[in-house]
Ligand binder design. Structure first.
Ligand SMILES: [Zn+2]
Length: 174
């Protein structure tokens, strides 16, 4: 269940959810992640393991940019370029309408996925949501979210919020 639908760029950045947890570390995991993104999924099905490495570099750069934006810092120029440049180039495909969405057809998957992901980061940076980006306060959590509520502190209250409550409880009783 999607309780708080998030922009594609945020979902992509959040796949590195902690220093130890990469949710798209393998090609199978990457394909699993695209199940929520119908335009990406058929492309991911044709992606090879060789293409995944470059997407992971772009993901790390995207996360670094979104962290900087959430912290009110200027992102590094190198990370910013890696996260956005492909989205500013002319699309290497035409978008075709499908029932309930859009598809890009049988184009080279790595180029198309790179373009769409970078483009989602460009769109996010241009949107009012950029000013509301926040980082989760959970210990070692790397997730960001678009601040839908001013007092939101956690990516997920059942995970990071609950962990913090348990830690605070342990501190009080030790
Ligand atoms: Zn979190």
């Amino acid at each position: 269940m999607l309780t708080d639908p998030e922009p594609l760029s945020v979902s992509f950045a959040n796949t590195l959810s902690s220093s130890l947890r990469d949710r798209i570390g393998t090609l199978e995991e990457f394909r699993g992640w695209t199940k929520n993104w119908p335009t990406l999924q058929p492309l991911a099905d044709r992606l090879t393991a060789a293409g995944l490495g470059s997407l992971l570099e772009r993901r790390d750069a995207t996360q670094s940019v979104l962290h900087a934006v959430a912290d009110g810092r200027k992102p590094s120029a190198a990370a910013f370029a890696l996260a956005t440049d492909a989205g500013l180039e002319a699309a290497p495909f035409r978008l075709r309408p499908t029932a309930g969405g859009a598809a890009v057809g049988r184009v080279p998957p790595l180029e198309a996925i790179s373009h769409l992901l970078a483009r989602s980061t460009v769109d996010l940076l241009l949107s009012p949501q950029a000013a509301g980006l926040r980082r989760c306060e959970g210990t070692d959590c790397r997730k960001v979210f678009a601040g839908t509520r001013a007092n939101r502190r956690w990516c997920d209250t059942r995970v990071c919020g609950n962990r913090a409550r348990v830690a605070a409880h342990a501190r009080r009783h030790s």
